[in-house]
Design a protein around this ligand. Structure first.
Ligand code: PLP
Length: 416
């Protein structure tokens, strides 16, 4: 059902509002500026050794490698360029599984990983690897004791994401890394949502392999990186793409120089501005949350709020129908608790892993605040969501019954 909502648009706010920064983020104009020469006159192939066009491109790539390394506490030589985090995750898991097959065939991950990890693990299972998918607690965090119990003498790799892309929870990465190193197991983390948003340090966190992506940190799409530790331990990864032997033989293919320059610049900006940006986004996120909570009942936050990304707020609006809610706020770009592969109407597997029912998962919204969101936008989004939820609940028989004190769990529904 479509409901009528006429919330005033504050001065300076342009519709539609983009608040889906976990899906992708707009390109920072400073990143574009850094990239432009490499899309025009500085077009050289970074692998060309015989002329200045090649040297110039190579120089730019090496600068980017340093910028990325600095942001995560690595060295430039430990950074391998890829086409994005999906490829980085594939390369990490398949490359390690292949390289360490003699040592063991067991991999540990968890149920709320991105599909780029889960589907890669499924393929590895078909190839004879054994994969343990750790559950998460109701707050979205794994239990370290579960991880300890899952490890055995055939375990070669643990892959646990740094921060979740739907519910924004930050896993106890340093603790996981420490445990892995004690047991001599390699530790990979999909850090796409964490890098550039919160401090990430591969040494302090005991990370051996780490995936990151350009377009989640105001850089370009189609470029990412894989950090591969070179000392204590030296990690080996079997290439999954063969060719000219680029990137220390781990990832062949002519480098995407403008993309890499953009990724480097995005990392440099993130490093300079992370502290102030995180504080600002936390403020905006808490403002949004407080406004919604002040006006609406039967709403709740998904995911542990103490160990949480600054710009993430995932909320369930019970007793409203998810589809109608999204339609009602269609001048705001957010994600719903329906699977991010929105072609299906399956509820999100991440929310289900927290124990949410299908209907509550469907009526959940992920607000993804980013660098270019303003306080005025937050105020409009809050007002709009409040208005639409109230109007939908006026039409909801379930909400009516709950208000009258009827316990819905005790009702026996007639079959359709
Ligand atoms: C976006 C995302 C990916 C995929 O990254 P691409 O660069 O788009 O391939 C992987 N993991 C997480 C957690 C993400 O949010």
């Amino acid at each position: 059902m479509k409901i009528q909502s006429n919330v005033a648009v504050p001065a300076g706010v342009q519709l539609p509002i983009y608040m889906d920064n976990h899906a992708t983020s707009p390109l920072d104009p400073r990143v574009l500026e850094a990239m432009l020469p490499y899309l025009t006159n500085k077009f050289g192939n970074a692998a060309s050794r015989n002329h200045s066009f090649g040297w110039e491109a190579e120089q730019a790539v090496e600068t980017a490698r340093e910028q990325i390394a600095r942001l995560i506490g690595a060295t430039a030589k430990e950074i391998i360029f890829t086409s994005g985090a999906t490829e980085s995750n594939n390369l990490a898991l398949k490359g390690i599984a292949e390289m360490y097959r003699e040592r063991g065939n067991h991999i540990i991950t968890q149920v709320t990983e991105h599909k780029a990890i889960l589907d890669t693990c499924k393929r590895l299972e078909k190839q004879g690897y054994r994969v343990t998918y750790l559950p998460v607690k109701a707050d979205g965090l794994i239990d370290i004791d579960d991880l300890k119990r899952a490890m055995d003498d055939k375990t070669i790799l643990v892959s646990i994401m740094y921060a979740n892309n739907e519910i924004g929870v930050i896993q106890p990465i340093a603790e996981i890394g420490k445990l892995c190193h004690e047991k001599g197991v390699l530790f990979h983390t999909d850090a796409v949502q964490a890098v550039g948003k919160i401090p990430v340090n591969v040494i302090a966190d005991n990370i051996d392999v780490l995936s990151l992506s350009g377009h989640k940190i105001y850089g370009p799409k189609g470029v990412g990186a894989l950090y591969v530790r070179r000392r204590n331990p030296r990690v080996q990864i079997a290439a999954q793409i063969d060719g000219g032997g680029h990137e220390r033989g781990m990832r062949s293919g002519t480098l995407n120089v403008p993309g890499i320059v953009g990724l480097g610049k995005a990392c440099e900006i993130a490093q300079e501005e992370m502290t102030s940006e995180a504080a600002r986004l936390t403020g905006l996120r808490d403002r949004l949350k407080a406004k919604l909570e002040a006006e609406l009942d039967y709403i709740h936050v998904n995911g542990n709020m103490e160990h949480h990304l600054p710009g993430n707020l995932n909320m369930s609006f019970v007793y409203v129908e998810g589809e109608s809610l999204l339609m009602g706020i269609n001048d705001i770009a957010v994600s719903s608790g329906s699977a991010c592969t929105s072609a299906t109407l399956e509820p999100s597997y991440v929310l289900k892993a927290l124990g949410l029912g299908d209907d509550v998962a469907h009526s959940s919204i992920r607000f993804g605040l980013g660098r270019f969101n303003t306080e005025a936008e937050v105020d409009y989004v809050a007002a709009k969501v409040i208005d639409v939820v109230k109007k939908l609940r006026e039409l909801s028989p379930l909400y009516e019954m709950v208000k009258e004190g009827i316990d819905l769990t005790k009702i026996e529904w007639a079959a359709h």
